[in-house]
Design a protein around this ligand. Structure first.
Ligand code: BTN
Length: 245
């Protein structure tokens, strides 16, 4: 059933559509793709630019056999899968913890993970992936912050082939994650790609912003930070936001 793939010409949000399909059939798992989104969602209530044919808009609807507190780790799994897929085009990308893919210091891909769960089991997890592919320009407010594969590589990319590659990379990582129950098996690769490691970071969302240096991601998906006052802390995805300095 995981192989069930639904492709739409247009949809409000592939995350939203995936959740509707899951509500109609409580056992459904699959993948939703759309050529455009009329109400693409980013994290923190932001909109995600989703023009026709410009990006990849895809959402996995998963029913993983994991505890709810582990669901956030799936965003890191998906980020690594997307990074590998983009690498296959010869375009190098870094991961800004927990799950933005960046190149040239600009954002290329974002991931929005949503979950419904009971205290002791997960009902469903939606992992939505947006990859900027063939945009030649961005609105002024995003211009400095966003980039696309076409801007980076100088040519349009085949979105179908790239989306298929993301699926190919994601499936085995997802299976292994479910078996092992943590991210230990992919950490080495993740940490090489993680642009926060060794870099100055500001941790927001604590009472006072913390300053320090990224010191690697651990098997639970937390970012370790060596703070300027000499402590090593682990910050959890979803609880804080990290800004490069
Ligand atoms: C972010 O803010 O970085 C997350 C962006 C996530 C965008 C993707 S596009 C496919 C899926 N559907 C949505 O509405 N959002 C995600």
């Amino acid at each position: 059933r995981f192989r069930d793939v639904r492709v739409y010409p247009t949809v409000d949000s592939t995350n939203g559509e995936a959740k509707r399909l899951a509500a109609q059939d409580r056992t459904w798992e699959g993948l939703v793709l759309s050529e455009e989104q009329t109400a693409g969602k980013g994290r923190r209530g932001r909109a995600w630019l989703s023009g026709q044919g410009e990006g990849i808009y895809m959402s996995f609807l998963l029913r993983p056999a994991i505890l709810p507190q582990k669901a956030a780790m799936l965003t890191l799994v998906a980020g690594l899968a997307a990074a590998r897929a983009i690498d296959s085009l010869g375009i190098g990308v870094g991961i800004k913890w927990p799950n933005d893919l960046v190149a040239d210091g600009k954002k290329l891909c974002g991931i929005l993970t949503e979950m419904t769960a009971e205290p002791d089991y997960v009902d469903l997890v939606v992992v939505g992936i947006g990859i900027n592919c063939n945009q030649k320009a961005f609105p002024p407010d995003l211009g400095e912050k966003a980039t696309s594969l076409a801007l980076l590589g100088g040519a349009d990319v085949d979105r179908n082939a790239l989306a298929a590659r993301v699926v190919e990379e994601f499936e085995p990582l997802y299976m292994e994650f479910q078996e092992r129950g943590d991210l230990g098996f992919l950490l080495e690769e993740y940490n090489v790609r993680c642009v926060n490691n060794g870099a100055r970071v500001q941790v927001l969302g604590e009472q006072t912003p913390l300053l320090g240096r990224g010191a690697g991601v651990d098997k639970d998906g937390s970012l370790l930070v060596d703070t300027d006052d000499g402590k090593r802390i682990a910050v959890q995805a979803g609880e804080v936001s990290v800004r490069g300095l």
